[in-house]
Design a protein around this ligand. Sequence first.
Ligand code: GLU
Length: 318
Amino acid sequence: MKKLTLIAALASALSTAPVMSANFITIGTGGQTGVYYQVGLAVCKLINAGKDKHNIECKAPSTGGSVDNINSIKAGQIQFGVAQSDVQYQAAKGEGQFETAGADADLRAVFSLHPEPFTVVARSEANINTFDDLKGKRVNIGNAGSGQRSTMERVMEAKGWKMADLGLAGDLKSAEQSQALCDNQYDAIIFTVGHPNGSITEATTSCDTKLIPVTGAEIDKLVADNTYYTKATIPGKMYKGTDADTETFGVGATLVTSAKVSDDEVYQLTKAVFDDFEKFKKLHPAFANLKEADMTKNMLSAPLHPGAEKYYKEKGWM
Ligand code: GLU
């Protein structure tokens, strides 16, 4: 009799037990032919594989890029985003295009990712061999929320150029610009992006183009003055039309969040990536050289989120 009562009690408890609804997180990425989009897909894949354990479900839509992602995190529309190291720095300090908004005190770093060389691709017949040859040319410098536009503006400022120094300053998104270049709407396009990637492959295989080096005194000064910039090389033969190495400078891609996002969500995301790190690295060729110890500190300027810090301490990485 006692046993039966127990079973009945259990059954009734089970039938009224609340169904746990999942916590949804969104990672802001970039255009679909870039690497940020692949980062979002890779991170979400690893998180969603452990949903039964942590009850977190992840999605990673395409967005306008770094600046868009940081603004959407601040507005509470998304929880995580990929952002260039220079954009992360400027948002955290309230500099550059974030001057009016002021320092974003809630911006938090999670980890850094792949290097992103500042990449210029020009039509072969456009008579462009150096960055300075872009003067007077039709150049797609990127949509307003993108990291490449932000970095391009810094380079132009360093060189003392105005927008009017370009024949045309386009604002196409990264996913649209390779086609536009090959349709001869532009002489050159700009993309701050990990390599190899679909976008630059498209631009270098659909028509005759080449990569243009970005070097010189102003670039040396930008790199010397700012820790979030570094010299970078795009290996020769990676893309059709460019057999020699291309010297340029670049940033690091980073994953950021807000202090308002819970420690558990950030911890679970961090754990999902690093517990399965070998698998993560295989999800895109631009991740091949990632090293755990660098990712916890390099190129990060906003404070680390405590959820990520907890995982790194458990691992003895800090
Ligand atoms: N670095 C670019 C940006 O911030 C995005 C690069 C990518 O899509 O991989 O907008």
